[in-house]
Design a protein around this ligand. Structure first.
Ligand SMILES: NC(=O)C1=CN([C@@H]2O[C@H](COP(=O)(O)OP(=O)(O)OC[C@H]3O[C@@H](n4cnc5c(N)ncnc54)[C@H](OP(=O)(O)O)[C@@H]3O)[C@@H](O)[C@H]2O)C=CC1
Ligand SMILES: CC(=O)C(=O)O
Ligand SMILES: [Mg+2]
Length: 748
């Protein structure tokens, strides 16, 4: 939803001013780091690059660094507000480059309106950057500037307002035309604006199949026609023989209105006079030529888009520049040519027709959408845009001979792109891949919950597991139908009326009759989905249980412990969190179950957590944490940790472990190496075992709340059969992730 003025100002001024900071990608904590980052070590890459210029891409950030360059002469639809006032927008573009495509940006605001000065300034920047994104420079100067830079520079130069807008709006136009049941070549198009965005969009529409002679373009002086003598060469191309009195006149019977000018210059009457199924793209920012609400109210058959994120169909270049540069940088393209732009257009248009995955629906408030008048273009938060558009651009660059570093393994490239959106996705992908190799039956006790149904659908679709939903059959079926899923994808069981209930309660009675349970109580308990689900797993009618969305933690774990119990040879189950920070993965335990474990229990927790890390393809390096370093403060608490460490060393010599040690000793290898060279733990620990629940629980929650770490869990280790607990507030994606983990656990 649109933010208030106060919120927007606070967002920009609060804390560190503005929206960006520069972060070092290599450590610089020790004297050794200093000698590598700076002199003398830094001289080595200098020498290599001096010998071979191309090595600059291997030893510096150039290959992933883009300059967003502006002089502030056409900032959004705010006009010529100058380089300072334009800086928030340029910083914003930097944020989007990073967020959507992991590209680093320096925003560069130039204090000049002279195209020659801009050209020279940008040319001189070539050694620093892998690409140049020109932004919010007004027409017609922007055309001359871009043309000259493309001609003289050896890295991609791309004026986003021209080509980004052209690519996105053309993709939307192709799809809107299909929805309207029309043909591109027949469209009568009226365009308000004859600047950077409008001229480039119209050129691109013509390249896609629209007819030049069907385009009526307007600037501040009115209709662009052959009678006018004030037109620059870019506008002249669109000069028509016919003369329209004004915009309203041209819009009579028009199929398409394209707004790339100024807010609030189109009224409902003008829209009412357009042809059947009119296409209206009012793209001026921040205020469109006509608001979405007004457009929709004027015509029921309208296909409407704006540049804004708070309405359906956001046609905004944010869907383009991050992904187009990603593809261009990854093949080290020397330019972004027409073929690459058209490839991006077609990839976007195609993506809008694909089924929208749960992860996207969830990011947009859980509302279903599919190809049609209200969804003609993918959403910016759809992660698939990255791996649809970037490879299409890279391929086109290779096919047209502008790629200097071709891609050979497209599958690996797609995975690399997916990883760019976060290491956490990489970790969960390992689990999903593993689960897909051997899908299992998962029972979800909270089968009436919409989030569970959505997660179950994804789990089924992605072949991770076969979902079983527990709950009232009618309620679940109605919800599934309401969402629009196929009932066949789900097995639904109502514990209140299941034939299995008697078998399960008898078995439960058998297990618990010496623990105070009567047969009658067992019957009653089996009507509860949590008990029923646990018995399903115990009796092998399901392979794993995933529950806890609406319960307190013990309400899920207690029935599981009573029905299934702890793994043979173990005394305790424990809770683990995966904490991913700065692309490093850590396993924290115990974070959720054992309040004050004994040394023996702590040893068990260390072993099960180390084994769980292996399931994620991570070789465990275990640190047994304490306030003491190897006997430096000998108290019962630290002695317990030292004893547990010794027990693990005896029981499992295959596990690299040491302790007791303080947390910084565990994660700063220089400290460990220098102060405790005898340690059997080498390098940075990745499995952190906390001495008690206080410390484990506090630590993960602080990471979750105070850092930008991704925290996944809890993951229950040590149960005889897989039971995994989700939490109130978990997203559909969280449930899918835990389901994949449960399947892998069931395959062990
Ligand atoms: N949704 C999106 O992704 C994008 C939207 N835009 C929007 O498009 C608009 C133009 O940007 P850009 O092309 O970069 O800027 P330019 O300054 O290059 O062009 C502005 C154009 O709009 C024309 N114009 C201004 N007011 C009117 C009016 N009342 N009636 C008709 N034409 C008018 C100008 O006419 P003249 O030539 O006579 O000066 C000029 O041709 C902005 O609102 C911007 O926010 C831009 C890029 C991307
Ligand atoms: C979106 C954009 O780049 C603009 O409105 O200028
Ligand atoms: Mg812009």
């Amino acid at each position: 939803m649109a933010a208030s003025k106060e919120e927007a100002l606070k967002y920009h001024s609060e804390g560190r001013k503005g929206k960006i900071e520069v972060i070092a990608s290599k450590p610089c904590y020790t004297a050794r780091d200093l000698s590598l980052a700076y002199t003398p070590g830094v001289a080595e890459p200098c020498r290599e690059i001096e010998k071979n210029d191309d090595e600059v891409y291997n030893y510096t950030a150039k290959g992933n660094l883009v300059a967003v360059v502006s002089n502030g002469t056409a900032v959004l639809g705010l006009g010529d507000i100058g380089p300072h006032a334009g800086k928030p927008v340029m910083e914003g573009k930097g944020v989007l480059f990073k967020r959507f495509a992991d590209i680093d940006v320096f925003d560069i605001e130039l204090k000049t309106k002279d195209p020659k000065e801009i050209i020279r300034a940008v040319q001189l920047l070539e050694p620093t950057f892998g690409g140049i994104n020109l932004e919010d420079i007004k027409a017609p100067e922007c055309f001359e500037i871009e043309e000259e830079l493309i001609k003289t520079m050896n890295i991609p130069v791309f004026h986003d307002d021209q080509h980004g807008t052209a690519i996105i709006s053309c993709a939307a136009l192709i799809n809107a035309t299909e929805v309207a049941g029309k043909k591109l070549k027949d469209l009568k198009i009226v365009v308000s604006g004859a600047g950077a965005a409008a001229i480039s969009c119209c050129n691109h529409y013509v390249a896609a199949g629209c007819s030049l002679e069907n385009i009526a373009m307007f600037d501040t002086k009115g209709h662009i026609n052959k009678k006018r003598t004030d037109l620059n060469k870019y506008k002249q191309k669109f000069a028509q023989d016919i003369v329209y009195k004004d915009l309203a006149d041209a819009m009579k019977g028009a199929d398409v209105f394209i707004g790339l000018s100024k807010g609030n210059i189109v009224n409902q009457e003008m829209v009412k006079r357009m042809a059947k199924n009119p296409i209206v793209f009012a793209m001026a920012n921040p205020d469109p030529e006509i608001t979405y609400d007004e457009g929709i109210a004027a015509r029921t058959d309208i296909i409407m888009a704006t540049g804004r994120s708070d309405y359906p169909n956001q046609v905004n270049n944010v869907l383009g520049f991050p992904f187009i540069f990603r593809g261009a940088l990854d093949v080290r393209a020397s330019k972004i040519n027409q073929e690459m732009k058209m490839a991006a257009t077609l990839a976007l248009a195609q993506l809008a027709k694909e089924k929208v995955p749960e992860i996207v629906i969830n990011a947009y408030g859980g509302k279903e959408f599919s190809f049609g008048p209200e969804y003609i273009i993918p959403k910016p938060f759809d992660p698939r845009v990255l791996w649809y558009v970037a490879p299409a651009v890279a391929k086109a660059a290779m096919e047209t001979g502008v790629a200097r570093k071709p891609i050979t393994n497209w599958k690996a490239y797609k995975e690399e792109l997916q990883d760019r959106l976060g290491f956490s996705t990489e970790v969960t992908r390992v689990m999903v891949h593993k689960a897909q190799q051997n899908p299992k039956k998962i029972v979800y006790p909270e089968g009436e919950e919409e989030k569970i149904i959505r997660a179950a659908q994804s789990v089924y679709e992605d072949k991770i597991a076969l979902p079983i939903l527990l709950g009232n059959k009618k309620v679940i079926e109605n919800k599934i139908k309401e969402i629009g899923y196929d009932l066949k994808h789900f097995e639904i069981i109502d514990p209140e009326h299941s034939d299995k209930s008697v078998i399960y309660s008898n078995k439960f009675y058998e297990k618990r009759h010496r623990k105070g349970i009567t047969l009658h109580e067992a019957h009653l308990l089996m009507k509860q989905p949590n008990y029923f689900a646990s018995m399903m797993v115990e009796m092998n009618d399901a392979d794993a249980l995933v529950g806890g969305l609406t319960y307190h933690y013990p309400q899920t774990i207690r029935p599981a412990l009573q029905c299934i119990g702890v793994k043979e040879g173990l005394k305790v189950v424990s809770g683990m969190y995966i904490v991913i920070i700065k692309r490093k993965i850590f396993f924290f335990a115990d974070t959720t179950v054992n309040i004050d474990p004994t040394a023996e229990e702590l040893a068990e927790i260390a072993i099960t957590t180390a084994d769980a890390a292996r399931a994620f393809d991570v070789e465990p390096k275990v640190a047994m944490l304490s306030f003491s370093n190897f006997g430096s403060a000998s108290y019962p608490q630290s002695q317990k940790v030292a004893k547990a460490t010794q027990l693990v060393k005896n029981l499992r010599p295959d596990i690299m472990i040491d302790g007791e040690m303080q947390a910084d000793t565990a994660v700063v290898p220089e400290k460990l190496e220098k102060e405790f060279p005898f340690s059997t733990l080498k390098g940075t620990a990745n499995v952190l075992i906390f001495p008690d629940l206080d410390s484990g629980n506090i630590a993960y929650k602080l990471f979750q709340r105070l850092t930008d770490a991704t925290v996944i869990g809890p993951i229950i280790n040590g149960m005889k059969k897989p039971v995994h607990v989700i939490q109130r507030g978990d997203t559909v994606q969280d449930i899918i992730n835990i389901s994949a983990i449960a399947v892998v656990d069931a395959s062990k």
